[in-house]
Design a protein around this ligand. Structure first.
Ligand code: KG4
Ligand code: ZN
Length: 343
């Protein structure tokens, strides 16, 4: 008698709770988003000027059940798990209290529904966001992953095959946006606020530093942040629009110069953006322009897929299940998880 065929994984329920977004999504075959629900805690943290880890963890506990129910309902699946073949969850990096909420829920559902459980690296999930919208991107790709916690240049030579090219030696790009916005009194999260106000400013008004511009692939944004603070203290009458525009220009100049150089050196077929800062309008415009000049593809995921979401977690989980296998239920949350180079 022929052995039972290995059951195929079609629909993966993804869960994301690594920072201040509580998200759940159902993705079919690793690429088709059937439902995706994101509940942002921005209003909860805004009055503190940044994410308060203790509050974030508690909010995930309250929000995850309704967010899961909404994602399952929108996908036509029942809350008893019918129609779900596996569960993927971000297990790091991120805030430990927040990660634990998602990981515990994913394990409980895996046991209750008798489906496999897979832990996903949040950074790998951001890389998969590009593939969700454009599965036929050629290889190799260079991905510029710019979020609130990370700034990485990664060569991707196939799904799951990564080589780290460079990273930040201090602040992440999103962190720099958030800190400068807080200093300028623009609120939280700072990226969208600076992006909006910079549209009315003069990007040449202040010559802020562009660290390591001509050398290597690493980034540094803490000197830039200090320079903004010193400049504003020296010129208290400076228009906030001009400061924001000059700051945004400095960040984007460095990000684009290094990503473009990496793409050329690697012989990349395309340059992709990932992470929350990939929603920046100037960055998107400049990457598109640079890629057109260099004759390579530019892939700019939709804003909903740039910022934290669970569809990218389900997509990365689907790939892991198909190529590496399920995770043991002993897998714990890892707040310092790194992207493991495999290429
Ligand atoms: O990927 P993400 O949603 O969460 C993390 O994993 O960190 O990224 C959030 C970051 C925040 O720092 C936020 O200020 C930044 O992305 N961000 C932006 C923009 N939209 C969000 N930064 C610059 N320009 C934007 N339009
Ligand atoms: Zn993220």
């Amino acid at each position: 008698m022929a052995p039972d065929p290995i059951p195929r994984i079609h629909r993966v329920l993804g869960i994301e709770t690594s920072c201040d977004e509580t998200a759940a999504a159902v993705v079919d075959g690793g690429v088709v988003i059937v439902s995706s629900i994101v509940s942002s805690q921005i209003d909860l943290h805004a009055r503190y000027g940044g994410v308060v880890p203790e509050l974030a963890g508690r909010a995930h506990v309250e929000l995850l059940t309704p967010v899961l129910a909404e994602a399952l309902e929108a996908a036509g699946c029942s809350t008893s798990g019918s129609g779900i073949d596996a569960i993927a969850v971000t297990y790091g990096p991120g805030l430990i209290g927040s990660l634990l909420v998602g990981v515990a829920e994913a394990k409980a559902l895996s046991l209750a529904w008798d489906v496999p459980f897979v832990g996903v690296n949040h950074l790998e999930a951001h890389l998969f966001a590009s593939l969700l919208e454009q599965p036929d991107l050629g290889w190799p790709l260079v991905v510029l992953l710019v979020s609130g916690g990370h700034t990485l240049l990664v060569e991707v030579s196939g799904p799951g095959r990564y080589r780290l090219i460079g990273g930040t030696v201090d602040d992440a790009a999103g962190e720099a946006f958030d800190k400068v916005a807080r200093f300028l009194g623009l609120g939280y999260p700072g990226g969208p606020a600076i992006d909006a106000i910079a549209a009315d400013g003069d990007p040449q008004a202040f010559a802020f530093p562009r660290a390591f511009m001509a050398e290597g692939y690493d980034f540094s944004f803490s000197g830039l942040k200090t320079s903004v603070v010193n400049t504003v203290r020296k010129h208290p009458d400076a228009a906030t629009e001009d400061v924001a525009a000059s700051f945004r220009q400095a960040v984007v100049d460095v990000l684009v110069a290094k990503a473009r150089r990496a793409a050329r050196d690697v012989g990349a077929k395309a340059l992709c953006l990932a992470g929350g800062v990939a929603a920046n309008s100037l960055l998107r415009q400049r990457v598109e322009q640079a890629c057109a000049e260099d004759g390579i593809g530019a892939f700019l995921p939709s804003r909903a897929l740039c910022t934290d979401n669970a569809a990218m977690v389900a997509a990365a989980g689907w790939w892991r299940l198909a190529n590496v296998g399920a995770s043991p239920l002993t897998l714990g949350a890892d707040p310092n998880l790194r992207l493991v180079p495999t290429a």
